[in-house]
Design a protein around this ligand. Structure first.
Ligand SMILES: C[S@@+](CC[C@H](N)C(=O)[O-])C[C@H]1O[C@@H](n2cnc3c(N)ncnc32)[C@H](O)[C@@H]1O
Length: 299
């Protein structure tokens, strides 16, 4: 069988008669000598050109992991991530000393604060029923109470979405969820699901939520950027996310400074392109808080 065309030039004496083999051997020896001579000259020229620095090798030729384009990109992203938060020595004693976009992150209220959340005068001070009415919930919707605490607002929302709807009560403190669980049993409310989240994720399914609510919560997030990335993904297209924060613009609102946020600061933090959310409206009907609502476009 003859060798394929692309192998013939390398093995031109293959399968030839003996005389031809001797001739070939002689001609092979002289070819090798000529070849070596030219190779030596060529290497010399190459060495001279390279050492003269006339040509710079392109950066891509350095294929070490650090210099690969994709790794340079991810290194930049890492840097950005660490730049996102800043720690300052001088800070509000009620804050964490950790700053995000110029705002100091507040300390998380522990479950020992549950009685304050359930105080009877809260309705008068914060008009929770009006707050829930302003959310315009519909029966059958899936909603999330992020940072539900002991669940005062969760239970009001459960009423609004009805038996065909669902409320996900998310918190990072199991003790808060336990308090809520007892109340749900007592009141025979069965359209609420308790979810133990983490400081970076609400642990909800993507594109599953019609409205995510945060009452007096967002300013406590230890990782607001990461939480917002996750929260924006959990919204259905056309889904909304509502921030209820004490008005920092108003010195009359009797709440510690790091637990208050201006509308401008909320918008600055939420309207970052990474989240893909659009400001929809700000409701200013409550005595102490504003409700700043954003939408995930695309319905
Ligand atoms: C001041 S309480 C408000 C509770 C409730 N929204 C209310 O108004 O009655 C804040 C709650 O947010 C929770 N929280 C803080 N960071 C959180 C996070 N990353 N994810 C979920 N919950 C969080 C805290 O554990 C706490 O229960």
């Amino acid at each position: 069988m003859s060798a394929p065309m692309n192998q013939r030039t390398d093995n031109f004496c293959l399968n030839e008669p003996a005389s031809c083999s001797r001739r070939c051997a002689r001609s092979k020896r002289s070819s090798v000598r000529i070849c070596c001579f030219f190779c030596a000259i060529l290497s010399g020229i190459l060495w001279l050109v390279m050492s003269s620095g006339l040509f710079n090798l392109p950066a891509a030729a350095d294929d070490s992991p650090v210099n690969r384009p994709e790794n340079k990109e991810s290194a930049k992203t890492e840097d950005k991530k660490t730049d996102r938060y800043e720690t300052r020595e001088n800070h509000d004693p009620n804050g964490t000393g950790k700053f995000y976009l110029g705002r100091e992150i507040a300390l998380v209220m522990t479950f020992h604060g549950a009685p304050w959340l359930e105080r009877p005068e809260r309705e008068e001070e914060e008009r929770l029923s009006e707050l829930v009415k302003e959310l315009k919930l519909k029966p059958g919707q899936s909603v999330a109470d992020i940072g539900a605490g002991s669940g005062v607002i969760t239970m009001m929302m459960a009423d609004e979405v009805g038996a065909s709807g669902k409320v996900y009560a998310v918190d990072i403190q199991q003790e808060m969820l336990d308090l809520l669980e007892d109340k749900l049993k007592d009141r025979k409310i069965d359209n609420v699901e308790l979810v133990l989240g983490t400081d970076k994720s609400p642990k909800l399914t993507a594109s599953s939520i019609d409205l995510a609510l945060m009452v007096d919560v967002y300013h406590e997030f230890e990782f607001p950027f990461e939480m917002m990335l996750e929260l924006s993904r959990t919204l259905k297209p056309g889904g909304r996310i509502a921030f209820v924060e004490y008005r920092r613009e108003d010195p009359q609102v009797p709440i510690k400074l790091v637990h208050k946020m201006t509308e401008a600061q909320v918008r600055k933090e939420v309207e970052q392109p990474e989240f893909g959310l659009k400001w929809k409206e700000t409701v200013a009907k409550l005595p102490r808080q504003h409700i700043v609502i954003f939408e995930r476009p695309g319905k």
